[in-house]
Design a protein around this ligand. Structure first.
Ligand code: MRU
Length: 342
């Protein structure tokens, strides 16, 4: 990759790239306690659904390493306590709970530090392969000279290596396919401007930054062929929860007849939640929105929105692409236990 990795795990030490400082400053945070990990997740030093899941899994290993003498029931009880605190750090992305649950399930079978360390490392290692598989499943969508619009950052900084929504872009770029990417700047925290534009430009892609409110104009002019975004949670009916502003794009795509695709690992699918209305949407500090506003007026800051399943053309997973009706297609695609990534 051409940008530094979001998560470094070496010799039992966890380092997280501080994404709040990007692209100006490349600095890593040393995470040596659960509190530091929770703070990094809450403040978006580490962000993106799969990345916060992986960071949380490693954070459990770091925190449990402090009581290495514990085994058996005491180990499980302490782990469950720490896991619950991590789950609360950010409520919307299901990958956080998924990764923490997976570490706890491993400890239920084998309650010791070595076992949970292996599990966290397995989650991390699988993630690279899953991103590549998503890229393979979605690469046909990128046709020569097409223009793709993406929102927020579902790239290497949010996952590992190829990212999710960016994986088909990376694979086509490596093959020399010519295409352009429009990156929404993604107010209020500018993940598109600071992270996606930086990451794709560093890879040598033809990337053009636009303000969020310009997407309609470029679609009306016929300049966008495809919208491709990541997601924090896909519910049983196929509703897609992603960065605030994604719904705007899906509505525009419907109006202008532009395909709207979503890419995610199967760990982002939440079959236990019926629909998007049931997903807790993180509401962040209004100060993030107020920014340079001259007047101290109230502001609202929901960090995610829900795109109804009927606005989604397809969902690209590592196991294949789900098409409408999404509820049936996802259930079929993700029902069987599959192990090609372990
Ligand atoms: O608030 P963020 O920056 O964590 O939001 C990230 C997104 O919305 C991404 O699109 C999503 O997590 C998918 S990352 C592969």
């Amino acid at each position: 990759m051409n940008v530094p990795g979001a998560i470094i795990w070496k010799g039992g030490r966890l380092q997280l790239l501080d994404q709040r400082l990007l692209p100006g400053d490349v600095r890593y945070l040393n995470i040596s306690s659960l509190e530091e990990a929770i703070d990094a997740i809450r403040t978006l030093a580490v962000r993106g659904a799969p990345a916060i899941g992986m960071a949380a899994a490693f954070a459990l290993v770091v925190a449990m390493g402090r009581q290495e003498h514990q085994t058996g029931g005491a180990f499980q009880d302490r782990l469950a306590e720490l896991a619950e605190r991590l789950r609360q750090a950010r409520p919307t992305a299901v990958n956080l709970a998924w990764a923490v649950d997976r570490v706890c399930a491993r400890a239920a079978a084998d309650p010791c530090l070595q076992a949970i360390r292996e599990e966290a490392e397995a989650i991390h290692a699988e993630d690279r392969l899953i991103c590549r598989a998503i890229g393979e499943q979605g690469r046909h969508l990128i046709t020569p000279r097409c223009t793709v619009l993406t929102h927020c950052n579902a790239g290497a900084l949010a996952v590992s290596e190829l990212g999710t929504a960016t994986a088909p872009l990376y694979l086509n770029h490596a093959d020399g396919v010519p295409f352009r990417v429009f990156a929404d700047e993604t107010r209020p925290l500018l993940q598109g401007a600071r992270l996606t534009a930086w990451e794709l430009a560093a890879a040598g892609m033809d990337v053009i930054l636009i303000c969020d409110n310009m997407a309609a104009t470029f679609m009306a002019r016929g300049e966008i062929d495809l919208v491709l975004v990541g997601t924090d949670r896909v519910t049983a009916n196929g509703d897609v929860v992603n960065k605030i502003g994604t719904l705007n794009l899906a509505v525009l795509c419907h109006h202008y007849g532009v395909p709207f695709y979503v890419a995610c690992p199967s760990s982002t699918f939440d079959p236990d939640t019926a629909c998007g209305d049931d997903v807790p949407i993180e509401e962040r500090d209004p100060a993030e929105v107020l920014g340079t506003a001259a007047a101290r007026v109230p502001a609202r800051n929901p960090a995610f929105d829900v795109t109804p399943a009927d606005l989604v053309t397809g969902i690209i997973t590592e196991h294949g692409v789900a098409h409408p009706p999404l509820a049936d297609s996802l259930a079929e695609l993700l029902s069987e236990p599959r192990l090609p990534f372990s």
